[in-house]
Write a protein that binds this ligand. Structure first.
Ligand code: ZN
Length: 261
């Protein structure tokens, strides 16, 4: 009954959560969903690595394109938000981010952070407690853009952007709008669970929108020691521009690279 409905070309239109995956996290309005494959349905344990193909690729496409999908929870799901019986449609969620990591049983899994779309009712808890009080994953603040990227504008991000006068640390471009220069503060290690990156200067880069997306979606990595950038469209040997006074936390670059292996 579990499933991801969709294709790598069009994205995923729906998923069913029915409790087959030991690495899933469900906090109602935020879900960390495990991709498909390599799972023993009897023990629920991972017994092999997962690939970014089929349904897993469809979810990645949904994230890249900002496409919402329908979430249904089944009664076998090990979660306070599972229905008592049967299956319940729980509304539209957005795939905010995807990455790979080694799961509980030691195999590579693909994971997806899903957030309930604004305006959708929160799913009811089995114990009847208020759903709003339960979540600790916390929804990310959203800004409407053409690709629905999540843009966080913290004081720390502003500080880093000012430091570089809005010049991208990867390509050097500086976008000028009628309102001044525009750049984006990009967290190397993502904020919020399960990554728990810090909103500190050492974890933030000043990037143009293209390179922000490429970094967030795993299209480029930055070598923690040499700072050489590897990714589509990046000239060979290009290193990250780092100004004196901007001490980048190299461990966070290693963490980021580990998310997309
Ligand atoms: Zn750039």
């Amino acid at each position: 009954m579990a499933g991801i409905w969709g294709t790598g070309r069009d994205g995923a239109s729906s998923i069913v959560m029915s409790g087959g995956y030991e690495d899933d996290i469900d906090e109602g309005d935020v879900i960390v969903y495990t991709g498909h494959g390599g799972n023993d349905p009897n023990t629920r344990r991972q017994v092999a690595n997962q690939d970014l193909t089929q349904g897993n690729l469809a979810l990645a496409k949904s994230c890249d394109d900002g496409l919402p999908l329908r979430v249904t929870r089944g009664f076998r799901l090990d979660s306070p938000y599972a229905p008592e019986n049967g299956y319940r449609y729980d509304g539209l969620y957005t795939v905010e981010r995807y990455w790979s990591q080694v799961g509980r049983s030691g195999f590579k899994i693909w994971r997806y952070r899903l957030a309930l779309e604004p305006g959708e009712p929160a799913p009811p808890r089995r114990d009847g407690a208020a759903a709003a009080a339960a979540g600790t994953l916390g929804p990310a603040s959203r800004a409407e853009t053409t690709v629905q990227r999540i843009v966080r504008n913290s004081a720390v991000a502003e500080q880093v952007k000012d430091m570089y006068d809005h010049c991208c640390q990867i390509c050097g471009c500086r976008i000028q709008t009628r309102a001044g220069a525009y750049s984006e503060g990009s967290h190397i290690r993502p904020l919020g669970r399960p990554h728990d990156g810090d909103d500190v200067v050492g974890n933030v880069l000043c990037l143009c929108p293209n390179h922000h997306v490429q970094l967030d979606l795993g299209g480029l990595t930055i070598d923690p020691s040499s700072l050489v950038i590897t990714g589509n469209g990046i000239p060979s040997g290009r290193t990250l521009t780092v100004l004196p006074g901007h001490v980048i936390d190299r461990a966070q670059l290693a963490y980021h690279a580990s998310l997309f292996q």
